[in-house]
Design a protein around this ligand. Structure first.
Ligand SMILES: Nc1ncnc2c1ncn2[C@@H]1O[C@H](COP(=O)(O)OP(=O)(O)OP(=O)(O)O)[C@@H](O)[C@H]1O
Ligand SMILES: [Mg+2]
Length: 362
């Protein structure tokens, strides 16, 4: 009866050893490999035959780190009775290093000896990659939000602070100009008045360029229309605007993202497309909003991107869209023009249907 139970336990453990998804490595007291399970073979590419009695623990280990710190070989987990959890770098057959979460425990196998050591390993590289990507996205989101807030603040300061001060100077100059002053001073005064008026215009357009108040006060469509008008005046590029669907307000994250994408796509067209016409399409559908910027310019091969500026524009567009769970399609080919199409799913209140875990909806 007793032997029977032992047989059953052994069979159970053997099945567990063979089928468990965690990799198991067993080494003797000297550190030589005396057992590996199929999951270890899959993880590292080594077969049992290549390891058993041929490799030692140290040949497969590229260092470990405990929760507290990086541990040295002198402080190797193999010298301890039990190490509940640590990170270990394992060398695969192809010579790559993979980071795995590990724990080790001593097995009382060798009579009178120290006992063998079982090391249980879990491949965490996928989890680490996902965590790294999540962190990266979170950072990007913070940078985008912070940049937008900073632009808003500078734009407001320019408009309310410097803009108002310049206006007061203009009024003061006008008053002085109406006094009885000699012709030469009057002439100088008029020059200063003109200079002040030009500076006021520049401050105003800088403030609008940074963050148009129309975007917050009147909404995306109004802000796009006035951007297109300023764009035409600045670059002399005819801009056709096609707007369809109902015109509602969307959540500010959606409006800001679409406005910035449009700004970047149109600036790219002005800088690189060598065209005199651009079409801006905006479609409001019940469940989504679509934006398209198309030029009939010289185009480019998107697989052979030749960065002519800092190269952050397209990247930034994609990041903004991805934070809202949308899609961005870039279609371009040499001599065939360029089209940027963006689609974002929205709910009935105009908010993004998808909320990225790290996105700040405020
Ligand atoms: N409409 C376009 N027509 C022709 N080439 C384009 C167009 N849009 C982008 N490109 C090409 O793609 C490259 C990458 O564009 P992207 O906006 O990412 O970077 P950039 O404009 O070079 O720099 P940044 O936007 O950071 O100032 C550009 O350098 C240019 O070569
Ligand atoms: Mg650009």
């Amino acid at each position: 009866m007793g032997f029977h139970m032992l047989d059953e336990t052994a069979a159970f453990l053997e099945t567990l050893f063979a089928h468990i998804t965690d990799a198991i490595l067993i080494v003797d007291a000297k550190g030589d490999v005396i057992g590996v399970n199929p999951a270890f073979e899959r993880m590292t590419g080594w077969s049992g035959a290549e390891l058993l009695g041929k490799k030692s623990l140290c040949e497969l280990c590229r260092g470990m780190a405990t929760c507290q710190e990086e541990a040295s070989c002198i402080d190797c987990f193999a010298s301890r009775l039990q190490t509940p959890s640590f990170q270990m770098h394992v060398v695969t057959k192809r010579g790559e290093e993979i980071a795995v979460a590990a724990s080790s425990t001593r097995l009382p196998l060798e009579a009178g000896g120290q006992g063998a050591l079982a090391v249980i390993l879990r491949d965490t590289s996928d989890m680490q990659r996902i965590e790294r990507e999540r962190h990266q996205r979170q950072l990007t989101n913070y940078v985008i939000q912070a940049q937008e807030e900073e632009r808003k603040r500078i734009s407001r300061d320019l408009h309310d602070g410097i803009g108002q001060a310049l206006y007061s100077i203009m009024v003061g100059l006008r008053v002085v100009n109406q006094l009885q002053i000699d012709e030469e001073i009057k002439h100088h005064l008029e020059e200063v008045q003109q200079l002040t008026a030009r500076t006021m215009e520049e401050v105003k357009s800088l403030s609008v360029e940074l963050r148009p108040s129309a975007l917050d006060d009147l909404g995306l469509v109004a802000a796009l229309r006035s951007y297109a008008k300023r764009f035409e005046q600045t670059f002399g590029i005819l801009t056709h605007i096609e707007i369809s669907g109902q015109r509602r307000r969307y959540h500010s994250t959606v409006e800001t993202a679409l406005y910035r994408i449009c700004q970047e796509a149109m600036t790219n067209a002005a800088k690189y497309a060598d065209t005199d016409q651009i079409t801006l399409r905006f479609v409001d559908r019940a469940d989504r909003v679509e934006l398209e910027v198309e030029d009939a310019g010289i185009g480019f091969d998107p697989t052979q991107l030749q960065i002519r500026g800092t190269g952050l524009g397209l990247f930034g567009m994609r990041e903004r869209v991805s934070l809202l769970g949308g899609t961005l399609t870039l279609t371009s080919a040499p001599q065939k023009g360029t089209k940027i199409h963006v689609e974002i799913l929205v709910d009935e209140k105009g908010g993004p249907r998808y909320v990225h875990p790290t996105a700040d909806r405020g």
